[in-house]
Design a protein around this ligand. Structure first.
Ligand SMILES: [Zn+2]
Ligand SMILES: [Zn+2]
Length: 348
């Protein structure tokens, strides 16, 4: 077994603390990565606190992982020791169903997507995530990372990046289209950067007047403050596509009404409680409301390559792992621009 050291939650009440554990030996198709940076995703906090139920403890969170390959198995083709590499939200799936064969492993038809942490590998052992010094992963789920970009700022692309890139691509967002981004946090700021890069006219919706300048800097063509309903009413029928990144309860109907005929609104944030949706705004205008989850391995690699070409990274604030609990408190208050990333050098 390979010795690992990281930070874990022992139960749903306790703060994260130092934790020693073991990972499997490097198998023929496995890659051992020395982790350099790991992004802090809002879903880490939800799972640490068991807010979605079924949490497995002790839990080492983290699914925005980047680092350097330390060792590869005998049959590994994509990587060699010394390469930069990344691991996102998944480490395995059934690999046989239609979704898996079509490169959409996150939607595995058999429900056998193995998540990077708080999940169980095919042998039943719990998976441990990136708040640690290393990880062992099958090369089929390891991403290539370009040395051109700031590595710490690449980490959040593995979840926040692909979660926003995938729906924008799936629904063909591009030039000549008007796109709305709801919420300016970890997900929202990436949606803004991608929609801008794809050539759309982008409107940022936010509750915070203080974020206007930042939204413009990140690529918004205009910013709309949502606290005043009149600002939204003026934009009825305006948008081809709206991506909603907000995980707090909010009124979806006000946004659906802002779609054009045949427009799509896609949810990537997940409020805990169901939200009422009125039928008429959908019917009148043939509008649709959809959801989207991360992206497959192939598309995640495409996104990373696109980011390297266009010089797109996340806006991050580095934190030592010893301050992860304070980082969680600040994340809950939206007091981060726009993603915490743990500098794993602090672990030593
Ligand atoms: Zn995430
Ligand atoms: Zn499958």
């Amino acid at each position: 077994m390979i010795k690992s050291h990281g930070y874990a939650a022992r139960d749903k009440q306790s703060p994260l603390g130092s934790f020693d554990f073991e990972r499997r030996e490097v198998g023929p198709k496995d890659v051992l990565i020395d982790i350099q940076f790991c992004g802090v995703c809002h879903s880490d906090l939800h799972q640490v606190r068991d807010e979605w139920g079924g949490s497995i403890y002790p839990m080492v969170p983290g699914h925005e992982i980047v680092g350097r390959v330390a060792k590869v198995g005998a049959q590994v083709k994509k990587f060699k020791a010394g390469d930069l590499a990344g691991v996102g939200c998944m480490v395995d799936s059934c690999r046989e169903c239609n979704s898996c064969r079509e490169g959409e492993e996150q939607y595995c038809d058999r429900g056998q997507t193995v998540l990077t942490y708080n999940s169980r590998a095919k042998d039943g052992s719990p998976t441990y995530g990136g708040y640690s010094n290393n990880i062992v992963c099958d090369e089929a789920f390891v991403l290539k990372v370009s040395p051109k970009l700031n590595l710490a700022a690449v980490a959040p692309l593995l979840c926040a990046g692909i979660t926003t890139y995938s729906p924008l691509r799936h629904w063909g967002v591009g030039e000549g289209q008007r796109v709305g981004v709801v919420g300016l946090g970890g997900l929202g700021h990436m949606a803004l950067k991608f929609a801008h890069a794809f050539g759309a006219h982008v409107t940022q919706f936010t509750t915070s007047p203080g974020k206007e300048q930042d939204a413009i800097r990140l690529g918004a063509h205009e910013v709309v403050l949502t606290r005043d309903p009149a600002n939204l009413a003026k934009l009825a029928g305006s948008f081809h596509f709206i991506i909603d990144t907000v995980s707090a309860p909010h009124d979806l109907n006000a946004y659906i009404t802002m779609l054009r005929r045949n427009g799509h609104m896609v949810l990537v944030g997940a409020p805990e409680k169901p939200a009422p949706v009125a039928a008429f705004p959908l019917i009148m205008g043939r509008r649709s409301l959809a959801g989207s989850a991360i992206g497959g391995v192939r598309e995640t690699q495409e996104m990373l390559d696109y980011c390297a070409e266009k010089n797109i990274v996340s806006d991050v604030e580095l934190t030592p792992i010893q301050k992860i609990n304070q980082a969680y408190e600040r994340m809950v208050r939206n007091d981060v621009k726009y993603r915490f990333v743990i500098d794993m050098a602090s672990l030593k």
